[in-house]
Design a protein around this ligand. Structure first.
Ligand code: ZN
Length: 606
């Protein structure tokens, strides 16, 4: 068991050095509301989180003394949130695993589905998809948008939007005319003390009304969690059960972040039409809504000075490298702007350390240092453009240890060392002018099979000369576990920008390492070949930054606890916004700047 723990702890240890100084600087208890409290400006819209109206706004009102007053406040805060989010188009990702019962391992994935799109939260809730062939149901009316799924003859169809519906309890009619509120109890969620209410739709409230429980924090009375379903579906329709969590990422607002859905059970004699688990994640709230036309008018002139030391023209090779770097920078910037690449951060430092370890022991000297970045999405994929290696959040999640991370990175490093450069066409800036939803159609970094084989060969060579040479057994086990699950995880294994790790259900990437690995044995509790999704990397839904989860590993007590590559419920530790723990909304040229300006210009008139 000790070995298991040390395996699971590798990233926490690696991160320790990086975060130690930051922790030391953090005050023991951060102030809740660092901004001065002023009255809400009547002219202000709820579109920007200004210090005046955020969080502090309710504290100007007298604290509620009866439960009825609390309910009024909850309703008011929910309407504020709907208004606050209405100009935004966050990214919404749903990953779903249909389940089958395995006598030894319990419910395991049978097949899977993946949805990725942008959600427009303005008038109603609408979405547009990044993936082709999805989201063509825009004209089918509100009822279908609201549903989790519908049965057509013998086939069950999932409606992508169905999973994201529970970001609000009821977007249009969240009030006492439609709902009865019953106070249940007080309860802590993480650091946040909550009041718990059960909500039932009133008799004549109509179809599709929320039925379940809400958790309300006890300072501003914002909803922080919703758990339940929608009442009275029509025939052949389903409303899924959902558990929906919000995070306090901007002052005064709790932003919808995670939704877990689950249906079906495997008790003896149960007859389910459907059995699945699904995770929905939202991020990119602070992304700018922009089109190609906006970008053309947004000309940057702040760094026009050429600071290269020599006044010479570039040699042909230097020019070629310049060109590649320009393509690389274009791609990185474009992906970040689309919300698909996390801003540079501490996770990159960990990945870069592993890359450095391989480089130094192999005497690799590159003209420019290798950079690493994290793709914000779940499907397991990697690619490289120029000297930047990109690894998806989902892939980092499921890797069991540092050796297997080295395996993943070494393949991309091999492409760079061998000069398999892709993407130089993106040095032409017109190729960056496409809508965010068109990212997957407009960018691609797939190598030909010969380069894939050559990169694998070179990668194994480099690994054998690296500090990870003695730690490749677990990497091989990871390949074996992936091989066993691959046929039922085609959506998770579908790469959208790089090469697939598998072809037709067979692992091709770095498959050689599996030959020297021990036998895969689910009953061996100290053998951790792959982890569940969501355990390692935490994505901030507001600014898209990623960090490593610092949770204590829980001891595994049966084979069913391993859940490799699987979806699990969310249980985030809730805490209130503080400047020390959460990055403020000032990071992009967005809301705070405008909000401060609006606030400053309106105060003299009051
Ligand atoms: Zn490759």
């Amino acid at each position: 068991m000790r070995k298991v723990m040390s395996n699971m702890n590798w990233m926490i240890l690696a991160l320790l050095a990086v975060t130690l100084t930051a922790v030391a600087q953090q005050p023991a208890s951060a102030p809740q509301n660092p901004q001065p409290v002023t009255a809400t400006q009547p002219g202000q819209t709820a579109g920007q989180p200004s210090p005046a109206q955020s969080g502090q706004a309710p504290s100007n009102l007298a604290p509620p003394t009866t439960m009825d007053q609390v309910v009024d406040r909850v309703i008011m805060r929910e309407k504020d949130l709907i208004k606050f989010l209405s100009p935004r188009t966050p990214i919404v990702e749903t990953y779903l695993q249909n389940l089958q019962q395995d006598p030894q391992l319990g419910p395991i994935p049978q097949d899977d589905h993946y949805f990725l799109g942008r959600m427009d939260l303005s008038e109603s809730i609408d979405r547009s998809d990044y993936l082709e062939g999805k989201g063509k149901d825009k004209d089918e009316g509100m009822e279908k948008h609201l549903l989790g799924g519908l049965t057509k003859k013998f086939k069950f169809q999932y409606q992508p939007l169905g999973f994201s519906w529970m970001i609000f309890a009821d977007r249009n009619d969240f009030d006492r005319q439609h709902y009865d509120f019953h106070y249940a109890r007080r309860e802590f969620l993480g650091d946040v003390r909550c009041l718990v209410f059960d909500l039932t739709p009133r008799k004549d409230a109509g179809r599709g009304r929320f039925l379940g429980r809400i958790w309300v924090e006890d300072q501003d009375f914002s909803i922080v969690r919703l758990n339940g379903t929608y009442a009275r579906p029509s025939r052949n329709n389903y409303y899924f059960h959902m558990d929906s969590w919000r995070l306090n990422l901007v002052p005064g607002y709790w932003v919808p972040a995670y939704i877990y859905s689950e249906e079906g059970d495997f008790t003896a004699g149960a007859k389910n039409k459907i059995a699945f688990k699904a995770q929905t994640r939202m991020w990119g709230y602070n992304l700018k809504v922009g089109t190609a036309n906006d970008e053309l008018t947004n000309i940057r002139v702040d760094s026009v000075k050429d600071d290269t030391p020599t006044a010479q023209d570039a040699t042909p090779l230097a020019a070629e490298r310049e060109w590649q770097q320009q393509a690389e920078d274009n791609v990185v910037e474009r992906l970040e702007r689309a919300g698909l690449l996390a801003p540079e951060g501490d996770v990159d430092k960990i990945l870069q350390t592993v890359v450095n370890n391989i480089e130094i022991t192999n005497n690799i000297e590159l003209p420019r240092p290798v950079r690493t970045r994290v793709l914000t999405t779940s499907p397991l994929e990697t690619f490289s453009v120029g000297n930047t290696i990109v690894v998806s959040r989902g892939l980092i999640d499921v890797l069991p240890d540092e050796g297997s991370l080295a395996m993943v990175l070494s393949h991309e490093l091999a492409h760079i060392v061998l000069g398999h450069n892709l993407g130089s066409q993106y040095a032409f800036n017109d190729r960056m002018l496409f809508s965010d939803e068109g990212t997957y159609q407009n960018l691609g970094f797939k190598h030909i099979p010969e380069e894939e084989a050559a990169a694998d060969k070179k990668a194994v060579e480099m690994l054998k000369a690296s500090p990870y040479a003695q730690k490749l057994e677990t990497a091989g086990l990871f390949i074996k576990a992936l091989q066993q699950r691959a046929p039922s995880l085609s959506a998770l294994l579908q790469a959208h920008l790089g090469n697939n790790i598998t072809e037709n259900g067979t692992v091709t990437r770095m498959a050689q390492l599996a030959t020297s690995a021990p036998a895969l044995d689910w009953n061996k509790l100290d053998q951790i070949a792959a982890l569940p999704l969501g355990g390692r990397v935490k994505l901030n839904p507001w600014d898209d930054k990623v960090e490593i989860v610092k949770a204590q590993p829980v001891a595994i007590t049966s084979a069913r606890d391993k859940m490799p590559f699987e979806v699990t419920p969310f249980y985030p530790r809730l805490s209130r916004y503080s400047t020390a723990s959460a990055p403020p909304a000032t990071t992009a040229a967005g809301p705070t700047t405008t909000a401060t300006a609006a606030h400053a210009s309106s105060s003299p008139t009051n």
